[in-house]
Design a binder for this molecule. Structure first.
Ligand code: UD1
Length: 419
């Protein structure tokens, strides 16, 4: 198993390019199942979750591969779906696999997908996805851990989500894309990845409006065509790299992401004292002083993203003053806290809130990544720490960050991967 070794201290400086958005790519790959023809996704990140989705699409009978001459372009042709069933072995690796259920139901009138179960950041139910499919006429059953959805023909309906779910919204949008008539999705997620999927669905032939608001209207089509699409930059990777620069009091510019997708994160970094220059496709962050403590609460978009909570928390460990970080989206997303405490962070947990009292310096230590963003947080902490931090279980980080250690090294970090 690989581990990443970081020696804290060097100030990060320079320009680095963000990869394409992992979460947008995963939804778009599922959407490619809706088309009877080829879809190409350019600027897709070469990360493990995308490879896992490729494996799943192939298991369903689609042709799905990286183009050999364009290393960040995916080609997916789901003209033929042989087996509308996503096996446990693939689903358990990645919850986002559940997003194939909507498209499969639309294409085949039948889908079987293993129940994804809990994960390191808490129980993540799928009840809202299922509620949506039922509103479109599907009969849902759970048999030996497998969710089966069946329908003669999906018919548009009204879906009111009890809570905002990103993949739930996307899954139901995709089912509705091949339903007869109109579907209204209320209390829909407003994340940029929902908007990007909506734009792609529209180009595939779906009549759709309202994406980006909390009410999306989808008028289904009989058949959909494949498209060529360029995936937008990863807003979470961008936020992570900027935060990494700031904890070293560096000067880092990240290109390739629309900064408006990061507003809530940039606002907090600014509030903490970082100096930001924002242009159309780049953000430069400088910090001459340690950050000041700030309070932050995660919330669905346009609120502060839960996927940036761990990395900001790591940066606040060496801030001047105290911070309260409240996690409102997932119920168990503080697994990184004990690891940060081992590095000398002063954090106390009270339910959904972490009270962080800034210390002058963290101390490098062997630590263990527990999930994707927690592992990014440990790298951020390692960059700010005195001495060497060894992050084990880095397969978590490889799920969602492409060559993170190379990108950080290009900015001057003392970081290497060991097998
Ligand atoms: C997506 C992102 C993930 C991000 C999350 C929140 C992808 C591949 N993943 O995950 O990186 O952290 O959005 O921004 O895009 N919930 C239910 N019932 C459901 C669905 C969700 O109770 O049917 C709850 C979850 O347990 C959680 C909350 O709703 O507490 C939000 O989860 P959701 O937005 O669905 O996350 P994902 O779409 O799975």
């Amino acid at each position: 198993m690989d581990r990443i070794v970081v020696r804290g201290g060097p100030r990060l400086e320079g320009v680095v390019h963000a990869s394409g958005s992992k979460n947008a790519t995963l939804a778009l790959m599922a959407a490619a199942l809706l088309a009877e023809g080829e879809t190409r996704l350019a600027n897709a990140p070469r990360v493990r979750d995308v490879d896992a989705m490729l494996e799943l699409l192939r298991a369903l009978g689609a042709q799905a591969e990286w183009l050999s001459d364009e290393p960040h372009t995916l080609r997916i042709d789901a003209s033929r779906i042989v087996e509308p069933e996503a096996p446990y072995d693939l689903v358990r690796k990645m919850r986002a696999s559940f997003m194939v259920l909507g498209p499969l139901l639309g294409r085949c009138g039948l889908a079987r997908v293993s129940e994804p179960g809990g994960c390191a950041i808490g129980v993540r139910p799928i009840d809202q996805h299922l509620k949506g499919f039922a509103a479109l006429g599907a009969k849902i059953s759970l048999d030996h851990g497998t969710v089966e959805a069946r329908v003669e023909k999906l018919v548009g309906g009204r879906v009111v989500f009890d809570m905002v779910s990103v993949n739930g919204t996307q899954n139901v949008m995709m089912a509705a894309a091949l339903a007869r008539g109109e579907t209204l999705i209320e209390n829909a997620a407003r994340e940029p990845e929902v908007l990007e999927l909506a734009d792609a669905l529209a180009r595939m032939g779906v009549d759709l409006e309202g994406a980006g608001s909390d009410c999306i209207r989808v008028r289904g089509a009989r058949r959909l065509r494949g498209i060529h699409h360029t995936v937008s930059g990863d807003r979470i990777e961008t936020g992570t790299l900027l935060t990494a620069g700031i904890v070293t009091r560096g000067d880092v510019t990240v290109t390739g992401t629309d900064p408006t997708h990061l507003d809530a994160v940039l606002d907090k970094l600014r509030e903490g004292g970082a100096e930001l220059d924002v242009a159309a496709d780049r953000v430069r962050a400088r910090a001459g002083e340690p950050l000041r403590g700030v309070d932050v609460s995660t919330a669905p978009y346009p609120g502060f993203p839960t996927d940036m909570q761990a990395q900001l928390l790591a940066a606040l460990c060496t801030a001047d003053g105290s911070s309260v970080v409240t996690e409102n989206v997932f119920e168990n997303r503080f697994m990184h806290v004990p690891e940060l405490q081992r590095m000398g962070a002063d954090i106390s947990l009270q339910g959904r809130a972490a009270l962080v009292r800034g210390v002058p310096r963290l101390a490098g230590a062997p630590v263990m990544a527990t999930d994707l963003r927690a592992s990014a947080c440990l790298l951020v902490a390692g960059l700010a720490a005195e001495g060497t931090t060894t992050v084990s279980r880095v397969y978590h980080i490889d799920r969602g960050y492409e060559r993170i250690e190379e990108k950080l090294r290009s900015l001057g970090a003392d970081i290497r991967r060991e097998s």
